[in-house]
Design a protein around this ligand. Structure first.
Ligand code: ADP
Length: 450
């Protein structure tokens, strides 16, 4: 049990976590870099400690400084948020070794899920459907590599076991390109992730990105909270998300959800997590598990009525989940637009000082943002400055609310991607639902030509 939580993150998620802690009556410790000294959540925290200069390596990724801040402030638990150290198994292990609570799964689980080959093997063992391809890593032997690809059938994708952030993978269309692609990807994996291990699987050509949110306590209870569709991506980065995933048979989603919680029980998973799938031709294929809170968690909160961050903190305190699977209903539809400080056409980040900051509100509109009227968007971090989330009885109602909400946004001093979201909401294919993961890039390419 703990009553003082250090939040090892910044931006909107630092405020989101702080709010959940305060609702639970817990004290909060904000840690911040010199660039974030004036942030609202720093001011609102019970205690705030500067952990270093602006550069992430010296502040938000500085494990020793964060642990020291926990020690000095008397915090008994650390919430890592998303990004930064949230999926760093060594950090989780250090926190536990210091006698503190890491608000997330144990270090070994983070390590296993961070290794995509090990994760896939664990999921196959739990009968979670995976992308066709062998469970193990790729051999060094050229004949064997060619044989594996032949068996899977082209196109195949060669991926780094330790890869992340959409890097360390290569699509191969035919045998003539395979061996070169394997050696380039191996070298890249060695350099970028410090681990040359690769694996190979079938390349799916028109999948959607559909994910399942899970929530597990330490008493053997595991729940799945519905599906999300995050197919609208640019360079593997999600732009707009929704819940539930439109147009997929509820019975099929239930089957997959049940497999996910079964896998959680088998691995004694603790906390919140997301099973990411590609969905094509009526089939789900597991690609990876994220062992942390995700940016897009609010759309699930809006449709399930469950406060995911609050439950995450409570299970870390050792409480048993009070909800049962049969209590969980998906009500209506929710959309989330990620508002970034960036040019809506070139996608160049646009840091700077905000001059005007007017955000929408009203029935079915939720704003998650740490920004204020004169806040500074520093150039050192991710450009996410707000999330606009809408909820409606139907997808059309949530879309209509989003359109009105975006029309009310007035931000001056910096550029944002609001015009991009507005244009996407007017796209007929998106409005119809069920677009694949390449849709946004195709749409952007057409936009350039016209
Ligand atoms: P990362 O951890 O780098 O995000 P993922 O394994 O989640 O890597 O894959 C990122 C993205 O790459 C997916 O969302 C999808 O767009 C694409 N991708 C990955 N595996 C496949 C596959 N087998 N077929 C088609 N696309 C894939």
């Amino acid at each position: 049990m703990f009553d003082n939580v250090l939040i090892a993150n910044r931006g909107e998620i630092a405020l989101r976590i702080q709010r959940a802690c305060r609702e639970l009556g817990l004290k909060t410790v904000a840690v911040y870099s010199e660039a974030d000294a004036d942030a609202r959540y720093v001011r609102l925290a019970d205690e705030a400690l500067c952990i270093g200069p602006a550069s992430p390596a010296q502040s938000y990724l500085n494990r020793a400084a964060i642990l020291f801040a926990a020690h000095v402030s008397g915090a008994q638990a650390i919430h890592p948020g998303y990004g930064f150290l949230s999926e760093n198994a060594d950090f989780a292990a250090e926190i536990e070794a210091a006698g503190l609570v890491f608000i997330g799964p144990d270090a070994q689980t983070i390590r296993t899920m961070g290794d995509k080959v090990a994760a896939k093997r664990a999921m196959r063992a739990a009968r979670v459907p995976c992308v066709p391809g062998p469970d193990g890593g790729l051999s060094d032997d050229p004949t064997e590599i060619l044989r594996v690809a032949e068996e899977i059938g082209y196109p195949v994708i060669v991926k780094a076991a330790g890869g992340g952030g959409g890097r360390g993978m290569r699509v191969v269309l035919g045998a003539d390109q395979l061996l070169d692609a394997v050696s380039v990807t191996r070298e890249e994996a060695r350099r970028a992730f410090g681990k040359p291990e690769l694996y190979m699987e079938k390349f799916l050509e028109h999948p959607r990105h559909v994910e399942i949110q899970v929530l597990c306590d330490t008493h053997g209870n595991a729940l799945w909270l519905g599906s999300r569709d995050c197919s609208l991506q640019r360079r593997h980065q999600k732009v707009l998300e929704e819940a539930p995933a439109p147009g997929i048979d509820a019975g099929l989603i239930r089957q997959v959800g049940e497999r996910c919680v079964q896998a959680c029980r088998q691995t004694r998973y603790r906390g919140v997590g997301t099973f990411e799938f590609l969905y094509e031709n009526g089939q789900f294929y597991f690609i990876e598990m994220n062992t942390r809170l995700q940016v897009e968690h609010p759309v699930t909160e809006m449709t399930s009525g469950i406060d995911i961050v609050r439950e995450q903190i409570r299970v870390a305190q050792g409480h048993a989940l009070s909800i049962r699977q049969s209590d969980i209903r998906t009500l209506g539809h929710s959309l989330e637009c990620r508002i970034n400080a960036e040019d809506p056409f070139t996608f160049m980040p646009c840091p700077g000082r905000v001059a005007v900051w007017e955000l929408p509100g009203g029935n079915g509109v939720r704003i998650d943002s740490h920004m204020t009227g004169s806040a500074l968007v520093p150039p050192y971090y991710d450009s996410l400055i707000a999330k606009i989330i809408t909820h409606g009885a139907t997808r059309d109602e949530a879309l209509a609310r989003m359109r009105v909400a975006l029309s009310e946004v007035r931000v001056e001093g910096i550029r944002t991607n609001v015009p991009l979201h507005q244009a996407v909401l007017d796209d007929d294919a998106f409005r119809a639902g069920e677009v694949d993961i390449h849709h946004l890039e195709r749409w952007l390419a057409n936009r350039k030509q016209t």
